[in-house]
Design a binder for this molecule. Structure first.
Ligand SMILES: [Zn+2]
Length: 281
């Protein structure tokens, strides 16, 4: 049982993490309600899609000028269209080129009572060689050095809110509890479905499912993943990511993963028809 308590929240300090703390406090306050309601959860019907960056925060830029904030918004809108066609309720943290602070992304997602949160980003490395698509879910410790660097870069977009936490920080204890919460296994499950669908559908190599401390995933009270759809720093990835056809394929693969996850979600709750577990086709 997660040990979220007001004592720990009060003891967590406030330097540079006020916004994140507010999100966590909100998550902690709602936890008992969510737990109480978990016995009568309804059908999978709402997805929150978070297009990374926006406005003054452009994210990464390729040497040829492809800008992350524009690329990920386009993919987000393509995915939203497909999910809506599939009769799902879709909430976007941004639907335009605007800057959205961390706490707004978190509260938009939580207020929407989403069943799944998908944050869409594009990668960039100092070296032009790395390429491919990778899917993350949250953890305090990154699964490897490159995953740690991705989280560090993406967290910078939120300035002081994106502070990298020390394991000795009391806040880290809370996050550690969150990392053990019910949503982690579900986040992992969706991440694997997404990576499988993407691997089968798109030209970019698969870099697999990883874990890292992304602040945008920490405050949301639902299974949450962050997808890096390719490296803007790699010329081959960049060339492919420029095409509408490829973006549509990413959206199609992610939509398929969401539908499969939804079927699994409902089946686990005894809702709906046949069980469709097992995504390794
Ligand atoms: Zn990004």
């Amino acid at each position: 049982m997660p040990r979220w308590g007001s004592t720990k929240l009060e003891g967590a300090g406030s330097q540079g993490v006020v916004v994140l703390l507010l999100a966590l406090a909100s998550a902690a306050a709602a936890f008992s309600t969510a737990t109480a309601e978990s016995g009568r959860r309804d059908r999978f019907d709402a997805v929150v899609i978070d297009a990374g960056h926006g406005g003054k925060d452009e994210g990464a830029t390729s040497p040829r000028g492809l800008v992350e904030k524009e690329l990920v918004l386009d993919v987000t809108q393509r995915l939203a269209r497909r999910l809506r066609e599939g009769k799902l309720r879709v909430v976007l943290t941004r639907d335009d080129d605007v800057f959205v602070p961390l706490e707004s992304r978190t509260s938009l997602a939580n207020d929407a009572r989403g069943d799944l949160f998908i944050s869409i980003h594009a990668n960039s490395a100092r070296n032009a060689k790395p390429r491919g698509i990778e899917t993350f879910f949250v953890s305090l410790e990154a699964s490897d050095e490159s995953a740690r660097q991705v989280a560090e870069r993406e967290n910078q977009a939120f300035g002081a809110d994106g502070v990298v936490l020390s394991l000795h920080d009391p806040l880290a204890a809370i996050l550690g509890d969150m990392a053990e919460s019910e949503h982690v296994a579900e986040s992992d499950a969706f991440a694997r479905l997404a990576q499988t669908e993407l691997r089968n559908a798109i030209e970019l190599p698969s870099r697999g499912v990883k874990q890292a401390p992304f602040v945008v995933l920490m405050g949301v009270r639902m299974p949450a993943t962050l997808i890096e759809i390719g490296f803007l720093s790699n010329s081959e990835d960049e060339r492919i990511l420029r095409t509408g056809q490829h973006r549509e394929r990413i959206a199609e693969a992610l939509a398929e993963a969401v539908f499969r996850y939804g079927e699994r979600y409902d089946a686990l709750r005894g809702i709906g028809g046949e069980l469709s577990l097992g995504s390794t086709r």
